[in-house]
Ligand binder design. Structure first.
Ligand code: ADP
Length: 482
């Protein structure tokens, strides 16, 4: 590494390999490991949820206690797991001894604000316990957004943190940790900070907003999304506060973990393949068609989608578009979990098109890899997308992404136009409605049937494309050294 090695304390509510619900976990794993590879000393903390492998409890924990506010003392056990050059600490407390991570399957836990405030301050306390004096504390999303506040207000006279700077990365600005002001006292936020430019948001407490105010640097996970966050219509109500950060707010596009997402070595696949020879991809397609109960036909385009089912991901306009689109000779397979209403509509679509449409309601790592490999196209119609990972995985798997032009999707996919097939990697549409979405699906279908040479060219362009963590980490390192 060129610059001096840094001590980095990284906090995330999810880290892949321990616990994952979405893209944050992928970043939570890859970024610390890559930062360590660059020569930095990295300690990463996450809550010890009951879903995390409980055998980690066999090691001797670090036991300590601390005050979250002036009077409430909490006792903590932290378990160390060393992996790939990073010291991961699992922060254990009965707050995390529940079936769900953020919710009980229907409703967010009522004390989430307190749970994650506890986790944030416990991680800072842990760094003292292990005498890890950080140059940078890197917080992620609303769950750890109180870290910059604690550093500047609770520890302002603590010599241990005197040289420590904070970064807050926004992986999804729609989730802000908004709750009733009654949580101010339990989380140690003095009412004097409950004002409109810090924590107060129309009488509620807004964790993310306070984090943006206090963090030395804020970034989001693509330039496109960073720009959207600054704009009134797309800033999730916080545009003014993002804009106010000026040069202290930037975008860094996520990398992809090509150790996990590489069709030439992917163990979940029935056959491996790569740029030189993609016959394995055809085997993967046949295997998936057969597993999903779709007719095994090579020459019909297979459109796939893997997603959380929430308003953000665009299924509310994708589903009507599919109802039309499925009248063509095509196959569509969706893997997802979330909103029960969307699940119902997807089940209904399967009843209407049993030979052409498959919906798997659930979460499956293995199936997600198999679908990436089997698909000809990956549909990603997000209303907004901070970075998005599946479009990046898709390119690596020779599966053409069809994206809505927003945030990270716009930044990472080169949309096909009249004369850019030498560099294009996918297709795009602009507006969040079924007509535009259907139009993009139809264009993809036409490309597949009528322009196979161009289709293959785009496939190759994608297979060659790389979004490495090495490149992203260099940008983070530059941000840290600022
Ligand atoms: P987000 O973080 O908003 O969910 P991303 O595209 O950034 O979206 O990351 C989603 C990650 O979660 C990807 O790795 C994707 O494959 C995975 N994922 C989402 N839903 C499922 C599912 N039902 N089964 C398996 N993996 C899923």
């Amino acid at each position: 590494m060129d610059s001096k090695a840094l001590n980095i304390l990284f906090l995330s509510s999810e880290i892949e390999g321990f616990i994952k619900t979405g893209g944050l976990a992928d970043v939570g794993r890859a970024l610390p490991e890559e930062l360590a590879k660059l020569g930095n000393n990295v300690v990463a903390c996450l809550p010890f949820y009951s879903k995390v492998d409980q055998s980690y409890k066999q090691s001797t924990p670090i036991v300590f206690d601390f005050l979250l506010n002036h009077c409430d003392r909490y006792f903590v056990k932290a378990y160390l797991v060393e992996k790939n050059g990073v010291s991961f600490y699992l922060i254990q407390h009965e707050f995390f001894d529940r079936e769900g991570i953020y919710d009980d399957g229907y409703k967010a836990f009522e004390d989430n604000i307190l749970r994650f405030a506890f986790f944030s301050k416990a991680s800072l306390e842990l760094s003292k316990q292990i005498n890890f004096q950080s140059d940078i504390v890197h917080a992620n999303d609303w769950q750890t957004a109180l870290v910059p506040f604690y550093l500047k207000e609770h520890y302002q006279f603590d010599a241990f943190f005197a040289h420590c700077k904070s970064i807050l990365t926004i992986h999804n600005g729609a989730y802000q940790g908004k709750s009733h002001a009654r949580w101010l006292h339990p989380t140690g936020i003095n009412p004097q900070y409950f004002v409109a430019n810090i924590f107060e948001d129309y009488d509620d407490l807004n964790m993310l907003k306070g984090g943006i105010y206090y963090a030395d640097k804020v970034n989001s996970v693509s330039n496109g999304y960073a720009q959207e966050l600054r704009e009134e219509q797309t800033g999730h109500g916080l545009a003014h506060y993002f804009a106010k950060k000026g040069d202290d707010f930037s975008g860094i596009t996520n990398g992809c973990d090509y150790g996990t997402w590489d069709p030439s070595i992917d163990k979940s696949l029935i056959a491996n393949y790569d740029l030189g020879n993609i016959t394995g991809k055809h085997k993967c397609k046949a295997h998936l068609q057969s597993n999903l109960g779709l007719p095994v036909i090579k020459k019909v385009p297979l459109f796939v989608n893997i997603s959380r089912l929430t308003d953000q991901k665009g299924h509310h306009f994708l589903i009507p578009a599919l109802r039309e689109f499925l009248n063509n000779p095509v196959q569509v397979a969706i893997l997802g979990s979330g909103d029960p209403k969307l699940c119902e509509q997807l089940d209904q679509l399967h009843i209407e098109f049993p030979e052409k449409f498959s919906f798997t309601n659930g979460y499956s790592e293995a199936l997600s890899h198999q679908m990436e490999a089997a698909g000809d196209f990956f549909i990603m119609p997000s209303v907004f997308e901070p970075c998005g990972l599946n479009q990046i995985y898709s390119m690596r798997y020779g599966t053409l992404p069809i994206v809505r032009s927003t945030g990270g999707l716009k930044d990472t996919v080169i949309a096909l136009d009249q004369d850019n097939d030498k560099i294009a990697t996918g297709l795009a549409f602009n507006r969040c409605n079924s007509d535009d979405c259907l139009d993009a699906l139809n264009r993809a279908n036409q490309l597949y049937y009528d322009f196979p040479v161009v289709f293959k060219r785009l496939q190759r362009n994608g297979l060659k494309k790389r979004f490495t963590w090495e490149a992203a980490c260099k940008e983070y390192n530059a941000l840290y050294t600022q």
